[in-house]
Design a protein. Structure first.
Length: 412
């Protein structure tokens, strides 16, 4: 069914990047917020294993709750924004984000892992709304031919948030002299209540700021593309598949990162592994900036293929499991995976016309890969965490194919 916006005003200014500079800056701030939430998530895995005595496999239910929300909420979020516009979708997302963060307080009070899963699901529902709105909004806030560059640039700040998250967690969650878990959840309450307050402040800022609505059907390269049914856009369908496997790889790699490092070298404890994760996410952030710069010279799909092939080789070394060499290889994977999500996203929603919001919803739904694969990695890791990294290796093969062949737009 074709979806069209019925209530949001359409921007009447000419399509010039300068007209959209401030809205682009404001929306880019959202990328930092969900990067911060994701950066904290992977350290929570190990924190709950120690503080609440849950197994590695059960701790990955955090990823299931977090990314399961993307699968369940993305399409309703897209329908909501199709009717009410990007701005209201963003505000709704911020309010859900703050609500979920506040619920971490009673979850910690009761020391209930199940309640934490519910709070995280609500928080992630808010992030789903933000991603469903912000990713496509950035691609249409400017010239279509630079959409991949623009989205990668905004996603750089997602990397900054992901880098800061583990630093906060390493200093607050693992806070005794030995670098091990203190065994209480007070630090979790403090961090998430502060986040909730900041998110509410940003929601007020968005409420008081004008954001232009874009009519996507006017910016397609060919009007026939706008008339095609959504699922006849093969580059979009393949993009959803590639995004599923990419997110599965990204989430699984980070979810068991601390376990991998502590098993690879005896001298690496939880706190040091959390810092190594933070360094890895710094490499991820640097990779976003470097990749964005390279896209000025290299076609986005070619860069995507090259980075995916490098990660396939690095994952082979990780599975091989040779002490520091494998640890450093695992850290390097973060650099080369950095451009994959925004590049796949931008290539997948290109030329969808009035299907853009709905197409964005399916792209975000594909993030459910992050809910499913870490659990299977957790099961494989019971006999050794290194073996679990066979799954990301296979996922990067799919990503490499998309950058090589799957991205191509078929003209009518």
């Amino acid at each position: 069914m074709a979806l069209t916006s019925t209530s949001a005003p359409v921007a009447t200014t000419s399509r010039n990047d300068k007209n959209y500079l401030f809205p682009l800056i404001l929306v880019t701030s959202l990328f930092f917020l969900w990067g911060l939430a994701y950066g904290l998530l992977d350290v929570l895995n190990k924190h709950f294993q120690d503080a609440m005595n849950v197994t590695k496999a059960r701790s990955t239910l955090l990823q299931a709750a977090y990314f399961g929300a993307y699968f369940l909420i993305a399409l309703p979020a897209g329908l909501f924004m199709n009717k009410y516009g990007y701005k209201k979708g963003i505000i709704l997302g911020l309010l859900l984000y703050a609500t979920g963060a506040f619920l971490f307080f009673p979850s910690a009070q009761m020391a209930s892992f199940d309640f934490f899963l519910l709070a995280l699901f609500i928080l992630a529902s808010g992030l789903t709304c933000l991603e469903t709105a912000a990713n496509p909004y950035v691609t249409v806030l400017g010239k279509p031919e630079t959409s991949e560059f623009r989205l990668n640039l905004s996603q750089c700040f997602n990397g900054v948030g992901s880098f800061i998250g583990p630093i906060i967690a390493a200093n607050v969650f693992f806070n005794d002299a030995s670098g091990k878990d203190s065994g209480n959840l007070d630090s979790v309450k403090l961090v998430y209540v502060i986040i909730a307050i900041v998110v509410l402040f940003i929601a007020v800022l968005f409420w008081r700021t004008y954001l232009p609505e874009i009519k996507e059907s006017e910016i397609v390269s060919d009007k026939l593309q706008d008339k095609k049914p959504l699922f006849q856009h093969t580059h979009f369908v393949y993009g959803v598949i590639a995004q599923f496997f990419y997110v599965a790889a990204q989430v699984g790699i980070a979810a068991l990162f601390i376990n991998y490092c502590t098993e690879a070298k005896n001298e690496i404890d939880n706190s040091k592994a959390a810092y190594l994760l933070s360094i890895s996410l710094l490499l991820f952030t640097i990779g976003r900036f470097v990749g964005t710069a390279l896209m000025r010279k290299v076609a986005p799909n070619k860069l995507l293929t090259i980075f995916a092939l490098v990660n396939i080789v690095l994952c082979v070394i990780v599975v091989w499991g040779k002490d520091w060499l494998s640890v450093y290889s695992l850290m390097s994977v973060f650099f080369f995976e950095s451009i994959m999500f925004p590049t796949i996203f931008a290539l997948g929603v290109k030329d969808l016309g009035h299907h853009t919001k709905k197409g964005s919803s399916f792209q975000i739904m594909s993030i459910v890969g992050g809910a499913l694969m870490p659990y299977f990695m957790g099961l494989l890791s019971e006999k050794g965490t290194a073996q679990a990294y066979i799954i990301p290796l296979l996922c990067f093969i799919v990503v490499a194919w998309y950058g090589w062949k799957g991205y191509k737009i078929k003209r009518t």
